[in-house]
Design a protein around this ligand. Structure first.
Ligand code: ADP
Ligand code: ZN
Ligand code: ZN
Length: 669
């Protein structure tokens, strides 16, 4: 007997022989230990059994079997195969992403079996905590159920604080009552804290939470519980929770569906959890609810075309008013030298008033957790990473320079290597620098900061968010993490320090993304009680996007975007696949990328664009080239995949392409 086995390496499957003494224990879905390469051993998963072995390869033997029962269900395997196929990713990479680390290690697995499964029962609920829906929520609830009689997927488009979460809670209750399981997906770990508390209060021990900030052993425990006879009926998680086993999934909720963090960028599989969740629901005959205040252009178009059900909620709960958005033109203020550091007087006054009144403030700065760049005052020299084509960011606390792309750390040179002078200046404004200024302007305020750097430790998100909810801090400074769905009662002012940063990115989605982000951030203000203020500092005060945000004009934004994308052939009017080629040698990658594009053009013609050098053209010493395929919606996706694979195989078969790396990004965001 032979077995097809997937192991956590970037290939599909390998064939191993099953020694007669292990035959009774080897079945599809059990894990085994197998030798690999010269001396390695891996934990692999049996995905198929066969009587014959492929010709001309040496077959190694399975060493031992780890599970008495399959730990992956047939539906799960089918789903994982779909991800590998659709996103053109090796099955080994999907396997790697699907299991928590402990399940891929022999020793840890043995240890676990000796321990008892940890149950997540903290803060057990009392089910009396569920709020009654108000009239418009009731109506939305009914319309959603109604829409599911004709559509499997429905978009709930509700302004911030309309009570979407309350509607979800009632829908979850309905499905749990019917004995069905529910998966509730969030785009960001930072959001799980608040939603966990709300769901825990209603659903108690029926709720299981699953994400990567948990200790791995807890994730393993959740996985095994889902296989057992008493699984959590409700799973709240970020994108990786789609890989869990389900028994009778009835409903999938994708909250904040517009968020691009549902797409995994690196490493492979580069899957979109929203699309994958829809597929998962389809497998189980389950319904999908996509919820957001600002739908993605893709999803909204599906709703307009009648392919998704559509339910809208326009009123905020108990008639809370939307905040007033005041635009401050910082280009003019800078010219007039009237900026105080990164702050306009308007913003400083607003913060001062809010604080004096006992209110809280959120300041949003979208430089992703990183501080400023550094520059030589004399000659303008900027330190750059020696492995990547990017400038390094300066972290004041550690007095170190780090590379955003490869993580290398460098110490700050005593003198400029270019002109030997020793004075540097910082440019740009990261959250750390904003914090420094805030402390200076408001010495009595309690300030906390939420970004990549302050949330590395396991409970950091919870701590920062809970501190702020309990009003143990007055001002919360953060990156996009603070923009998403967080619900604080006492926030009077939201300050957006620099709205332009995203707008200037060379990407067809930058306009849409800026709209999402600014609208979401603005929605954090004035959720309960008083009407909130939003101060939006920008250098593009007259641009359409800022007008759309200020007027809360989603449809206006959509109209412009949709026209533009149809004209320039972008999604949702076409389908994109990016092909990345990586090599240590600049000339080699350039040559091979040209060759690949030429071969693709023979069949795909004008659908092939490039190769181009991406904005960061070298990462970890690998030179990168990118080819874009813009496929028509009527093109066969499978034929395109096959063509791509065969062209890449052909290119890679040449000796010169020996160490060429190629990967695909299907439906990139
Ligand atoms: P959304 O998810 O649309 O942003 P939420 O569900 O978070 O809105 O509701 C906003 C706030 O209003 C929350 O604090 C929530 O508890 C409260 N709220 C909404 N609907 C109700 C209701 N029917 N009864 C009591 N409180 C509600
Ligand atoms: Zn210099
Ligand atoms: Zn680097």
């Amino acid at each position: 007997m032979f077995a097809e086995i997937v192991i956590p390496v970037p290939f599909d499957t390998f064939t191993y022989s099953v020694p007669p003494e292990l035959e009774p224990g080897v079945s599809v879905g059990v894990r085994v230990v197998v030798p690999f390469g010269k001396s390695k051993k891996y934990v692999g998963l049996v995905v198929a059994l066969r009587d014959d072995s492929p010709l001309g390869v040496t077959i190694k033997r399975i060493e031992s079997v780890l599970d008495a029962q399959p730990i992956v269900t047939p539906l799960q395997l089918e789903f994982w195969r779909w991800i590998a196929h659709y996103y053109m990713s090796p099955f080994g990479d999907v396997f790697k992403a699907a299991f928590p680390a402990g399940m891929k290690k022999d020793e840890e697995e043995k240890k676990r079996r000796r321990k008892n499964i940890v149950e997540q029962t903290a803060g057990l609920g009392v089910p009396g905590v569920q709020h009654a829906l108000n009239e418009s929520q009731q109506e939305a609830y009914k319309s959603i159920l109604e829409s599911w009689t004709t559509h499997d997927i429905t978009l709930l488009h509700g302004v911030t604080s309309s009570g979407k979460t309350e509607v979800y809670i009632h829908l979850i209750q309905k499905y749990l009552d019917e004995g069905k399981q529910v998966l509730y997906l969030l785009p960001e770990i930072a959001l799980t804290t608040q939603i966990t508390n709300r769901l825990r209060a209603v659903f108690g021990s029926q709720l299981g939470v699953y994400h990567s900030k948990f200790v791995d052993a807890d994730r393993v425990a959740v996985y095994h519980k889902q296989l057992s006879d008493s699984p959590y009926q409700l799973i709240l998680g970020v994108r990786s929770s789609i890989f869990l086993p389900f028994r009778n999934l009835g409903l999938v909720i994708v909250d904040e569906e517009h968020e691009t963090s549902f797409k995994q960028q690196d490493p492979a599989p580069r899957y979109h959890a929203r699309a994958a969740a829809i597929m998962l629901a389809r497998q189980y005959g389950a319904k999908t609810l996509l919820g957001t205040a600002t739908p993605s252009v893709e999803t909204y178009k599906m709703a307009l075309d009648g392919r998704y059900g559509y339910v809208r909620m326009d009123k905020r709960y108990s008639d809370m008013q939307l905040p007033e958005i005041e635009v401050v033109d910082i280009k003019r203020l800078r010219f007039q030298k009237r900026m105080k550091g990164s702050f306009s007087q308007t913003l400083l006054d607003a913060i001062g008033e809010a604080l004096a009144d006992g209110g809280q403030v959120i300041l949003f700065q979208n430089r992703r957790g990183f501080s400023s760049f550094i520059e030589c005052k004399t000659c303008g020299w900027v330190p750059r990473c020696s492995h990547c084509d990017v400038s390094l960011t300066f972290h004041k606390k550690t007095n170190a320079l780090t590379c955003h792309y490869c993580g290398s750390t460098y110490s700050l040179p005593a003198r400029c290597p270019n002109c030997e002078e020793s004075s540097f200046t910082t440019i740009g404004l990261g959250t750390e620098r904003i914090e420094e200024q805030v402390v200076k302007f408001f010495p009595d305020a309690r300030v906390s900061r939420m970004d990549l750097d302050t949330t590395r430790s396991q409970n950091a998100y919870e701590r920062i968010i809970e501190e702020f909810s309990r009003h143990e801090s007055d001002i919360l400074i953060g990156t996009q993490m603070v923009s998403k769905g967080l619900d604080f009662d006492n926030v009077r002012v939201v300050g957006i320090l620099d709205a332009d940063m995203m707008l200037n990115l060379p990407d067809f989605r930058s306009y849409e993304r800026t709209f999402h982000m600014l609208s979401q951030v603005a929605g954090r203000s004035g959720r309960k009680g008083k009407k909130g203020r939003v101060i939006l500092q920008t250098r593009s005060a007259d641009s359409d996007i800022i007008k759309n945000v200020v007027e809360n004009d989603y449809d206006g934004m959509f109209r412009v975007q949709s026209e533009e994308r149809e004209l320039f052939r972008y999604p949702p009017f076409t389908r994109l696949i990016y092909v990345y080629l990586l090599h240590r040698d600049f000339k080699t990658v350039e040559h091979l990328a040209e060759q690949t594009a030429k071969l693709l053009r023979q069949s795909l013609g004008r659908r092939v664009m490039g190769p181009d050098c991406p904005p960061v053209g070298r990462v970890q010493s690998m030179h990168i080239r990118k080819i874009i395929l813009k496929m028509e919606l009527t093109d066969s996706v499978n034929a395109t995949r096959q063509l791509l694979q065969s062209v890449v195989t052909q290119v890679q078969s040449q000796p010169i392409a020996n160490s060429l790396r190629v990967y695909f990004d299907v439906d990139p965001v």
